[in-house]
Every structure is written in structure tokens, then in C-alpha cells.
Design a protein around this ligand. Structure first.
Ligand SMILES: Nc1ncnc2c1ncn2[C@@H]1O[C@H](COP(=O)(O)OP(=O)(O)OP(=O)(O)O)[C@@H](O)[C@H]1O
Ligand SMILES: O=C(O)[C@H](O)COP(=O)(O)O
Length: 399
């Protein structure tokens, strides 16, 4: 697949780079800058080659119009610090501010555009509804570099459509991520264990179907576990839950039994009255969640069970925290899981942690990147890659 060198001499060329700068924020404070760090090498390489680097990215899931809490401005400040050079922040994505900023660029300069998702055209489902925004974005540049691995599974204007409008290349981050994930899809050493958690419940439940064809064991935690408990007929109180996926979960449980894939669910749950660090907590059996309680972490017996199911693994992929780890009372399950993964790595297994929040979780809990085989910047993207799905942001580069 074409890398940056395929774009020829970049001096004076305006290059639009799609990065994934979707970092966790506490107000305007970045709580984990891993994705920004991962984006630095490609931006630096382009800038050093004399390109005028126009970086575009999203933050969170705003609904097609500006929302102050999703502004990329704090990211711009951190990006400049990490690059060691100024970054001009445009207050809009393709409007007057963006145009003026790009117009004023000298060779090697870096501009960051405001959140792509402040424009409805970025995420519109129908191709024709993304076209005008894609045209506007493409008009800011002479070439396009796709470097946001975390979004390559999205058929969105900045990921997919711009590549049909400009000479395009794959950035080093996307290339490197794919090389690691290939090792998980091409004949992984067994047992191959996939651990799933997190909050994007509907997105992630959908991947289980395909993972059952490749993984030997699936350990389920985080927000998605409650849809499984509901499928087993248990009370789940006010826990996160995807009603539309209950039937699918029943099907997964039945299929797992037939096919010999092990689906491991928690045996105990840490519950709170509400989604808050100060709420009163309790540990209850997984089939005895009170109707007025919310499940916010896997319990200590479950953490032990999951560690035991990871002990003999030769390949592990983990996406999604086991609980609401940002709040101290609900971090123990994720911490125990991370410890089990470190042990598996030390025992020689290939371990990959995927996802913005999962990576943030392990770092926030004091683990170092080197303690795992690989920390991927993509959550949903890496899962869809493992499922064997074709990823729009990658296939469009080879067309
Ligand atoms: N039981 C739970 N109830 C509510 N939220 C939960 C629960 N368990 C985990 N979470 C939340 O899940 C979030 C992370 O989920 P997400 O699916 O976004 O992970 P990710 O795949 O690592 O990230 P990304 O999709 O950004 O790459 C965390 O903010 C955490 O608080
Ligand atoms: O956080 C992620 O996984 C990526 O940045 C993609 O975000 P999305 O799931 O909102 O498209």
C-alpha cells in the first residue's frame, strides 16, 4: 500500500492528515495523551519534508454542530508541546478560519482544524450527504495522508471520501498497527483469548459473532456484560444495557456451547446507586443485582476467575475497561485484568491492548506500555480488523 514517499516531493505541498486525536478529557484537561503522541511521528515527518501539514481529527461524538466541550483546542496545545513547534488552531473545520490559517502557512507549518464532527457531512450515512463536506475538506490540500488508525473502520468524509478526491497515502501509524494485528489474525498461537469490555455496548456486541469463529475464549466485562446477564434472565438494575442486543446475546451463549468457544461472564459485580465516585458501593453475586443498583465493575472473585482464564493464553487481545475505572471504587477489575495481561506477557504470550480508553486505563493505573506486547490506538477499529472486516479507511487507499 502506498506510503508517504509515493506522494513525491512534498516541499510546499498542502497535506491533509487524518489523525485520531480522540483523547479522554476531564473538562479541558487531557487525561491520557497516548493518541496525540502516536500521531506525532507522521506529522513531524511531513513537516520536516517541507509539507504544509493540515491536521484534521474528531473528539467525542458531537451531533454535527459545534459544542464547546468537544473543541480540539486543548489538543492543539498539547500537540504543539509534543511536536516542539507551533500549531495554529483553526476555530472551524472548513470555514473562514480554516481557510485563512491554511492560506497563511509556510513550508513545514502545522495547522489543526476544529473537530470534524461539528459538521453533519462528516458522519452522514449516505455517500451523497458527505460529498459537499468532503469536497470542502479536500479543497484545503494537495494530498491526503490517512494516519488515524482508530477511525479507519468509519466510512466518514475525512477517512474515506477525501481519499477519492486527492492523491492519498497511508501514514506510518496505520501501517504499524496493521502489521501487529496481522499477527493476531494469521494463525495466532492458542489458546487465543479475547477480553471485551467498555461502554460502546451496541458496537462491541456486534463483533462477538465473528470473534467466536477465531478466539478460543471470550472474557466479558464492562458495560456489555449486563446485556449478557439480562439474556440469562437476571436482574441488572440500572446498569448499562442494550435492549436491542438481548436476543443476539442469547444466540451467542447458545452457539458458544455448541462450538466449544468459552464465554466467561463475571460471577460477582461491584454495584453503586449511581454513576459517581461517591456513591455507596457493594459487591453482589452476578445473579443478584438489586433493582435500584448499577453495575460498575466486575467483582474480586470475577477478577480472579479472569486472571485464571488468561494464565495459559498464548495470544490475548483486550479491548474495553472492565469497569468505570476513572472512578477509584470501580477500578480494581480493570487493574486486576491488566496485571493478568502483564503476567501473560512475561510468560511469553503476545498481548495486545486496543482502544483509546483501554490504553488510558492501563496508563492511568500505573502500568507502562512496555509491559504489554502492543498498545493499539484503535478500539473499534482493531476489533473490526480482527473480525476480518474490510475497513473503509484502508480499502479506499488501495483502490
Ligand atoms: N459497567 C460500566 N458502566 C458504565 N460505564 C462503563 C462500565 N464499564 C466500563 N465503562 C466505561 O467504558 C468506557 C470505555 O469504553 P470504550 O468502549 O470507549 O473503550 P475503548 O474501546 O478502549 O475506547 P475507544 O472506543 O475510545 O477506542 C470508560 O469510560 C469506562 O468508564
Ligand atoms: O475512540 C475511538 O475508538 C475512535 O476515535 C473512533 O471514535 P468513534 O467510535 O466515535 O467513531
Amino acid at each position: 500500500m502506498a506510503d508517504i514517499s509515493s506522494l513525491g516531493d512534498l516541499r510546499g505541498k498542502r497535506v491533509l492528515v487524518r489523525s485520531d486525536l480522540n483523547v479522554p478529557l476531564d473538562g479541558t484537561t487531557i487525561t491520557d495523551d497516548g493518541r496525540i503522541r502516536a500521531s506525532v511521528p507522521t506529522i513531524t515527518a511531513l513537516s520536516e519534508a517541507g509539507a504544509r501539514v493540515v491536521v484534521c481529527a474528531h473528539l467525542g461524538r458531537p451531533k454535527g454542530e459545534p459544542e464547546a466541550k468537544y473543541s480540539l483546542r486543548p489538543v492543539s496545545t498539547r500537540l504543539a508541546e509534543l511536536l516542539g513547534r507551533p500549531v495554529t488552531f483553526a476555530d472551524d473545520t472548513v470555514g473562514p478560519s480554516a481557510r485563512a490559517a491554511v492560506q497563511a502557512m509556510a513550508d513545514g507549518d502545522v495547522v489543526l482544524l476544529e473537530n470534524l464532527r461539528f459538521n453533519a457531512g462528516e458522519t452522514a450515512k449516505a455517500d451523497e450527504d458527505r460529498a459537499a463536506f468532503a469536497d470542502d475538506l479536500a479543497s484545503l490540500a494537495d494530498a491526503f495522508v490517512s494516519d488515524g488508525f482508530g477511525v479507519v473502520h468509519r466510512k466518514q468524509a475525512s477517512v474515506y471520501d477525501v481519499a477519492t478526491r486527492l492523491p492519498s497515502a497511508m501514514g506510518g501509524l496505520v501501517h504499524d498497527e496493521v502489521e501487529v494485528l496481522k499477527r493476531l489474525t494469521e494463525n495466532p498461537e492458542r489458546p487465543y483469548v479475547v477480553v471485551l469490555g467498555g461502554a460502546k455496548v451496541a458496537d462491541k456486541l456486534a463483533v462477538i459473532d465473528n470473534l467466536m469463529g477465531t478466539a478460543d475464549r471470550l472474557l466479558i466485562g464492562g458495560g456489555m456484560l449486563f446485556t449478557f446477564l439480562a439474556a440469562q434472565g437476571h436482574e441488572i438494575g440500572t446498569s448499562l444495557f442494550d435492549a436491542d442486543s438481548v436476543e443476539a446475546c442469547k444466540g451467542y451463549l447458545a452457539r458458544a456451547q455448541e462450538s466449544g468457544v468459552e464465554i466467561v461472564l463475571p460471577v460477582d459485580i461491584v454495584v453503586g446507586k449511581e454513576f459517581s465516585a461517591d456513591t455507596a458501593t457493594d459487591v453482589v453475586d452476578a445473579d443478584a443485582i438489586p433493582a435500584d443498583a448499577m453495575g460498575l465493575d466486575i467483582g474480586p472473585r470475577s477478577a480472579e476467575l479472569y486472571a485464571s482464564r488468561l494464565a495459559d493464553a498464548r495470544t490475548v487481545f483486550w479491548n474495553g475497561p472492565m469497569g468505570a475505572f476513572e472512578m477509584e471504587p470501580f477500578a480494581a477489575g480493570t487493574e486486576a485484568l491488566a496485571r493478568a495481561l502483564v503476567a501473560a506477557t512475561e510468560a511469553g504470550a503476545l498481548t495486545v491492548v486496543g482502544g483509546g480508553d483501554s490504553a488510558a486505563a492501563v496508563r492511568q493505573l500505573g502500568f507502562r506500555d512496555e509491559q504489554f506486547g502492543h498498545i493499539s490506538t484503535g478500539g473499534g477499529a482493531s476489533l473490526e480488523y480482527l473480525e476480518g472486516k474490510s475497513l473503509p479507511g484502508i480499502t479506499i487507499l488501495s483502490d
